[in-house]
Structures are given as structure tokens and as C-alpha cells.
Ligand binder design. Structure first.
Ligand code: SF4
Length: 298
């Protein structure tokens, strides 16, 4: 299998075949992201994709899930994605779901009819970096879309029958704004109904704009207490929809997971216990020197 540079996938795609259809990210400008800074964006050739599928056919002929790589493969034109989906089904006939990372911008570039056709070919469970429901936070992160765009495009995705998982970033509105961010993000998620929510926190590695802003003081990360307040309010405001919350990233102040419609109270209780455990540090900001930006105490 061919992979260019580091290959990323959501934790819950561990059992999927990772099939490279692009290298890098077509946007590559989010202010907090360094994942593909050194990898030029390229489409993978159909010949290479077919070679990889033949190899997969030898080793994992019964696989049922494929995750297309890399940063935002849904940027590919619909006819290209349809061709890839047909190739996947030709070589791996038991595949019933083809997922990938996608952005709101990628959805905007496709018609309703194209979205429906892609769904009919098995493309589903897109992983979308929604991040926030606040316009200024989205602008600060340089996402390239507004909250209104997200409402509209995620609504079109839903109409086409494509389920989506939302990545959200707690604290991305900066210190002192936990309530606004929780309220705006909860509104967006309640309206667009993801099947999964991946919670992360705002942190940045050297080499991206947000890191510079944090160093210069232009952006201040929330305190432990603010992170916990934001997360508790978000979970309180979310409707009890059937949605899995995945919040185990090492950078999270409170790590947890569970079904929103079944385990909301349990998760809120976990946040409260974490707040109690951090009582002496609630006004401090996490240090980010561990692996993957782990949220440590200074
Ligand atoms: S769209 Fe995703 S991979 Fe691309 S720059 Fe933004 S966060 Fe990074």
C-alpha cells in the first residue's frame, strides 16, 4: 500500500483499510494544524489506487470498511470519488461503507444529486472538522467557512442520507468565552445531528499560526476550569440524540466516551469529578509539553 508522509485516521477507524487517494490536504491552512504542512497536495493516480486494492484483495478480502486518505479526500470531484468507490467495490465486494475526512468546503463543491450518488456507492460516515458554531472562532482558525455555511452544507449532507461525525474543538474561542462557544456549537450540532462527536481541545504545535499567536499573547488558551465548564454546558445543551461522544484524546482535560442519549448524566458526572480533582488548578492553563499536546499541570 502506498502512503505519502504520515497517515492520520480517527481512532475508531482502526479496523478499516486505509486507502490513499490524495496526499496532503487541499486546504492546509487551518491555523492550529501542522499535519500536512510539508506534504504538497496531490491526487493519487487511479493506477496506484487499483494496485493498492489488488494488494488488499490478497490480504484482507473480507474487509467491510474502507477509510480514504489523507487530510480531506472529499475535496476530489464527485465523478472521481464515484470512480474510486466503484473500484473499491470491484476488488473488495464486502465493503459496505467508505468513509474519509471532509470539510464543509468540500460539501459545498458538490450538487445534491452528486451527494446522493456518492451515498448510493457506499460513501458514508464522513468525518468533518466542524470545530465550532461561532463565526469569529472559525475565522481565527482559518477554516474557510462560516457557521451559516456549516448549517447549510451539513443539512444538505443529511438530506442526501450521508451520516457525519463532527470534530469539535473545546476552547477554540479563547479564554473567557466558554459559554458562547458551548452554546453556539450545541445549536449547530443539535440542528445537523452528527452520529458521532469527537471532542478535542485547542492546542498548537510549533510551525502553525496559532502557536505564534499563543506565544505572542494574541490568543489565550482557556483555564482548566473554563474547559470543564464549556464541556459540561455543551453536554447539557445537546439534545439526547443517538450519537456517540468520543473524548479520549490525550490533549483533553477530561477524557471520556459514551452514548449521548444513554450516558449523558454519567459523562457530566465524570466532568464534575474531574473538576473536583483539579480544584487547586482550575484557574491555571494546561501545559502542553506531553505527547500529542497532553493537558498537564505546570
Ligand atoms: S482541513 Fe484538516 S488537515 Fe487540512 S489544514 Fe485543516 S485541520 Fe489540517
Amino acid at each position: 500500500m502506498k502512503y505519502t508522509g504520515l497517515t492520520y485516521r480517527p481512532p475508531y477507524e482502526a479496523d478499516s483499510l486505509l486507502l490513499q487517494v490524495t496526499a496532503g490536504c487541499s486546504h492546509n491552512r487551518c491555523s492550529f494544524c501542522t499535519m500536512y504542512r510539508d506534504v504538497p497536495f496531490e491526487e493519487e493516480t487511479l493506477g496506484q489506487i487499483e494496485t493498492d486494492l489488488k494488494e488488499a484483495q490478497l490480504y484482507v478480502p473480507g474487509i467491510t470498511k474502507v477509510f480514504l486518505e489523507n487530510g480531506d479526500p472529499f475535496c476530489l470531484p464527485a465523478d472521481r470519488l464515484a470512480e474510486i468507490a466503484r473500484l473499491v467495490r470491484r476488488y473488495l465486494p464486502r465493503v459496505d461503507r467508505i468513509a474519509m475526512y471532509a470539510s464543509v468546503k468540500n460539501i459545498r463543491a458538490k450538487t445534491d444529486e452528486e451527494l446522493r450518488e456518492l451515498r448510493s456507492l457506499g460513501i458514508n460516515e464522513l468525518n468533518v472538522g466542524v470545530e465550532s458554531g461561532l463565526d469569529d472562532a472559525l475565522a481565527l482558525m482559518n477554516k474557510g467557512y462560516t457557521a451559516a455555511d456549516a448549517y447549510y452544507e451539513l443539512g444538505r449532507l443529511r438530506e442526501a442520507g450521508i451520516d457525519y461525525g463532527a470534530n469539535i474543538i473545546l476552547g477554540c474561542a479563547g479564554a473567557g468565552r466558554w459559554r458562547e462557544n458551548a452554546e453556539a456549537t450545541a445549536r449547530l450540532l443539535n440542528e445537523t445531528k452528527p452520529y458521532l462527536i469527537f471532542t478535542g481541545t485547542i492546542h498548537a504545535e510549533p510551525g502553525c499560526e496559532l502557536y505564534e499567536d499563543m506565544q505572542s499573547g494574541a490568543f489565550t488558551e482557556p483555564t482548566f476550569g473554563e474547559y470543564l465548564d464549556e464541556e459540561e454546558l455543551l453536554f447539557t445543551l445537546l439534545e439526547p440524540m443517538k450519537c456517540f461522544i468520543f473524548g479520549l484524546h490525550p490533549a483533553n482535560v477530561c477524557r471520556m466516551q459514551g452514548w449521548l442519549h444513554l450516558e449523558r448524566e454519567k459523562m457530566i458526572e465524570t466532568i464534575r469529578r474531574r473538576r473536583k480533582g483539579l480544584e487547586a488548578h482550575l484557574n491555571e492553563r494546561p501545559s502542553r509539553h506531553g505527547g500529542e499536546g497532553e493537558a498537564g499541570i505546570r
